[in-house]
Write a protein that binds this ligand. Sequence first.
Ligand code: 5GP
Ligand code: ZN
Length: 113
Amino acid sequence: MDCIFCKIIAGEIPSKTLYQDEKIIAFRDINPVAPTHVLIVPKQHIASLAHLSDAETPLIGYMAKIANQLAREEGIFESGFRLVISSGEQGGQVVPHLHMHLLGGRKLAVRLC
Ligand code: 5GP
Ligand code: ZN
């Protein structure tokens, strides 16, 4: 499949991986917009949040749990951070494989977009 994140998961494209288990992988964004910018990505190819089945919805809670864990490891748990999931073209999604952005390490804009 011609998917950048599936290639990262398969080890075909290198990434700065911070965490992985059987369900998800987390790696640093190649073009960070904050001092901490980590992508939390399910290993299963799901095109977007809008493609998530009812049975797959617990995955989002699990991704949030790992985001909390990574925020602690990055030293931003206490200072604060933001989780973002973009879905579809007008949602600003560029890579068509579900992912959550973990952003922090500076004061983020109050305005979301
Ligand atoms: P989206 O706009 O789809 O929510 O975010 C996609 C993110 O993936 C962008 O922040 C972009 O910088 C990141 N990205 C795209 N290609 C690569 C890559 O090959 N490696 C890594 N680490 N990040 C990537
Ligand atoms: Zn994929």
